[in-house]
Design a protein. Sequence first.
Length: 446
Amino acid sequence: MPEYTLFLGCIIPARFPFMEKSTRLVLSQLGCILHDLEGATCCPTKSIIKPIGDLAWYVTAARNLAIAQKAGHNLLVPCNGCYSTLKSVEVEMRINPGMRDEVNAILAFSGLEYTGAVEVKHLVEVLHDEIGLPKIKQHLIKSFDGMRIAPHYGCHMLRPSSSITFDDPNKPRKFDALIEALGAKSIDYGTKMLCCGGNLNTADEPEEATALARMKLMEVTKKADAITLTCPSCFMQYDSRQYMMQKTGEKLNVPVLFYPELLGLAMGFSTQELGMDMHRIDPAEFLSKWDLKYKYLKTLKEVFDLSAIRKCYECAACVNDCPVVKVNPDFNPNEIIGRLLSGELEAVIGSHNIWQCVDCYTCYELCPQKMGMNKIFDKLKHMAVEKGKGPKGFAASIEMFRKDGRLGEPTGVRKKLKLAESPKSGGEELKKLLDHINNKGEENEI
């Protein structure tokens, strides 16, 4: 079992203990052993502590690293700000002998020394690189399939890149990958890497802080169902400050989820176990939408290969080759498939549009996967027939087939052409077989 020393910093235990709870729950579920760090102090926060002097900042951080080194396990940090500080000092102490000697000389007054024997790891780094996506997926009970989640990396998860190297500081992917491991769609958006603006509050600039938070929230509310992050300071900006915006009439309503909460929900933990009632922005609407989407897609999976349908929808390369599209521009098979994925199954099978697919196999022959949209329409038509829906002409043909085993009976024209009498129909025998199929279906339903 992997073991880590957990460094929670100041804000998580003091203001957001639910973040600690969800972190402990999911890491325990993943087989991690966490050790608390006795004697830890503020990391210290760079924006507040470093202005009083570089050496005070280095010594405070190095002291935390030194007591973690005595504990014997790498530091696991679920707070972006703490991570950036501790990682920066860890690297500086390793590459700058002069700084290391100066800091250790001061630490010696407390009987401490940091030699670099332990490393600082971000929660995202541990989940992605050390625990791994396959293991995370093994522990999931309820997928976020169909939900759109906006990742907020936050400045200090990835910067400064001179010290932090586990992902690209400008075009990162690992947090996105963790979101998509839960089945959700990680949304790319213009303000994805925008700073939350939280430090403007300590600079007595609350209006500018609000403006930066609003900029991201306004984009997210149009593109995603929720935003997820791993920084308590950013959480204050997007949850608490959004709540204040709502109090003045702004209706953004963007649920803000600490990533271990999102992971915990997918693992089957309840909102009560995760302490999510402590959020200022109520996630109830998001959770309800997720539940409905989960149940809908579960039903859809019983009939369709969702992965194949999604690939078909995203490709759409053969749409303009459909012969019906050439004569009826209002027929858009790709749009129908999109409606199916978005939750409109009943409306789709009740519409006339699905019957405009003429089973010509054009899409099948052009499809590199030999999937073909016609296969999707075949199943939709079958579902429609089971519900007693379909064009009148189609219904009449089905009735004739079930009655006589044919779609037409020979007429006197054959004699005119001096053709022999048609062979006797096997309609009665076929009818018995079809009745057997129908009876078997009814038994399965019972």
